[in-house]
Design a protein around this ligand. Structure first.
Ligand code: GLY
Length: 389
């Protein structure tokens, strides 16, 4: 079992500042080189390559980086860029083809709305939440993935907080209950007793009967695709901030304990925990970045009742950041590389973005750095509390 190291913050914080400065330079260069585009993964370190998307789900991460950098620097250039890129995403509030509207709107319109309280932004959040809720299958009690009516993905746990937000803004109890039902179905069908997760669940969409676990991006139906586990850890933590339900917090903690139990000492996992060990087994730095950000919030959530547990999660987040903000993962020592964080994986089986930079890895890395340095909401962030959904 990998136990989090006790990290010397005075040595780590300057490295995180350097990482955030580097991220600002890389994101700005990407905006200048590829204006108005929303890259997903690099090929040989380059964002523009015309490769397959599988699905279009990442716009909120590129724009979300701009919101984070605007908050860190107070520079109006970032604020203008963040607003511009967010507006480009606004039509997606009506997009019924994907399950990713949380990824898109929680990282763009939500920070914008929190800053301004603007009514139009609030309405966009409500509409996007209602659009996502239209994917709900009442018989199976789940939000279906973009792939097929019979398919439920673990990734949706990071999107369902958008429905909780819409429910709260609209005062719509039905929406709240639908989102809560999705969480219970996910817990029942995708989260295993040891805290590991399956990527996908398959249902009979007509009867709602659960047929079994499956995977698209992981090694096998019964394996643990590490990014999926990180989505669950962070997703259930965020959901708890809306529901206050002990079951949601318990799942997040089981996920976190599984992550820590199965990770190497760096706390940067292989792409799937069950992939056979070999020198060329890809790691997924993006799973580590998501886990770091989620662990910061989980630590803040647990602190009042379980200070020792909270300390363990916070040390784990710092251990991950200590590992990632290093020459091995930061592209600062790779001339010409356009991303921030190397050694991410998008879709191994399709050969997309393997051992590359991936936009969500960039976003959650900077978000976690921001939680520690105080420019993002979260455990050690400016308001000292976990963000609500
Ligand atoms: N489609 C979400 C992911 O690749 O994690």
């Amino acid at each position: 079992m990998a136990e989090p190291r006790c990290i010397d913050r005075t040595a780590l914080l300057p490295r995180l500042e350097r990482a955030a400065d580097f991220a600002a330079r890389q994101v700005r260069a990407t905006i200048e080189r590829h204006p108005d585009s929303f890259p997903i993964y690099t090929v040989g370190g380059r964002w523009a390559h015309g490769g397959e998307l599988w699905t279009d789900w990442c716009g909120g991460f590129h724009a979300g980086l701009m919101w984070l950098l605007g908050r860190r620097t107070g520079d109006p250039w970032w604020r203008a860029a963040a607003e511009h890129y967010s507006r480009l995403l606004e039509p997606r509030q009506h997009d019924r083809e994907v399950h990713d509207l949380g990824f898109i709107f929680l990282n763009t319109y939500l920070p914008w709305y929190r800053l301004t309280g603007d009514e139009h932004l609030r309405q966009v959040l409500i509409t996007a939440g209602r659009t996502l809720a239209s994917r709900f299958n009442p018989r199976g009690q789940y939000l279906r993935s973009f792939l097929a009516p019979e398919s439920l993905f673990i990734d949706i746990m990071m999107n369902v907080p958008l429905i909780f937000r819409a429910a709260r803004e609209a005062g719509d109890q039905r929406l709240f209950e639908l989102a809560a039902a999705h969480c219970r179905t996910t817990e029942r069908t995708l989260v295993r007793p040891d805290g590991s997760t399956a990527h996908e669940g398959l249902f009979n969409p007509d009867t709602g009967e659960f047929l079994g676990q499956s995977t698209q991006q992981g090694l096998r139906a019964d394996s643990t695709w590490t990014r999926g586990l990180a989505w669950s850890l962070y997703g259930f933590t965020r959901v708890f901030s809306s529901t206050g339900g002990p079951a949601d917090l318990a799942v997040a903690r089981r996920n976190a304990d599984c992550y820590l139990r199965r990770c190497p000492d760096s706390l940067v996992p292989p792409w799937d925990f069950d992939a056979p060990e070999s020198p060329d087994r890809p790691e997924d730095s993006s799973a580590a970045a998501i886990a770091a950000s989620g662990l910061c919030d989980l630590a803040a959530t647990c602190r009042p009742l379980d200070p020792a547990g909270a300390e363990r999660y916070q040390n784990a987040a710092l251990t991950i950041l200590d590992s990632l903000a290093s020459d091995r993962y930061m592209a600062w020592s790779t001339p010409g590389w356009e991303g921030v964080l190397k050694h991410g994986v998008y879709h191994l089986h399709r050969g997309l973005g393997v051992d590359e930079s991936v936009m969500w890895g960039e976003f959650f890395f900077l978000e976690a750095v921001g939680k520690v340095l105080g420019f993002a909401d979260g455990a050690s962030g400016s308001n000292g509390t976990p963000p609500d959904a």
